[in-house]
Ligand binder design. Structure first.
Ligand code: MN
Length: 200
């Protein structure tokens, strides 16, 4: 049976590349990384001001950055279930991309590295960790983020097709009072969105 997931598997970076004119946008062409499982995976959250401001949450899974657009942005409050729309897989090299995608190009607007770090897969069955690829297929990820702004356990649950929810686990890193989105500087360059835009 041909499923939505199979389509994604076949495509990987094809969608990413076909939507862009890389030579104009300045974004990386990228490749699918092969590396040993023992290495820690990276994650990145881009703040992206295109037609609508949103946050792109990306987790390294199986050689690419599996990505979700989170309109309201991540939260450290377990009661805030954030809608996360699965978007194209991006190349690993995209993790450090920050700048301005020119007008008329796909995703035109300002892109900031709002947070980045490593993460661990903590989804287990008994004593065994369930591979991320399988978790993705089954629509339930449990990860421990170790970033500069986001940290602790997060769950990603698929509710329908490309619709997921990103929810903070109720652990010691949960924060029901603060608003992490108030930290507005780039973790890469310390710049604000305005400064990135001005620098072009
Ligand atoms: Mn985006």
């Amino acid at each position: 049976m041909h499923t939505y997931q199979d389509e994604r598997e076949a495509n990987k970076l094809t969608n990413y590349r076909s939507r862009r004119r890389i030579e104009r946008s300045g974004e990386p062409y990228g490749k699918i990384h092969k590396k040993k499982n023992s290495k820690k995976q990276i994650f990145v959250v881009h703040k992206h001001e295109s037609r609508h401001l949103h946050y792109d949450v990306r987790l390294e899974i199986d050689g690419v950055l599996v990505s979700w657009a989170v309109p309201k942005g991540p939260s450290l409050d377990p009661q805030k279930k954030r809608l996360a729309l699965r978007t194209d897989d991006h190349p690993i090299a995209y993790a450090s991309f920050e700048g301005v995608i020119p007008k008329n190009e796909y995703g035109a607007g300002t892109v900031m590295v709002w947070d980045t770090g490593t993460f661990k897969n903590i989804k287990k069955k008994g004593a065994h960790t369930i591979p991320l690829k399988k978790c993705l297929k089954e629509g339930l990820l449990e990860v421990m983020l170790n970033g500069k702004k986001l940290y602790g356990g997060f769950v990603f649950i698929r509710t329908d097709q490309n619709k997921w929810l990103m929810i903070k686990m109720n652990d010691e890193f949960a924060d029901k009072k603060g608003n992490i989105l108030k930290k507005t500087e780039s973790v890469k360059t310390d710049r604000s969105m305005k400064e990135i835009k001005k620098d072009g």
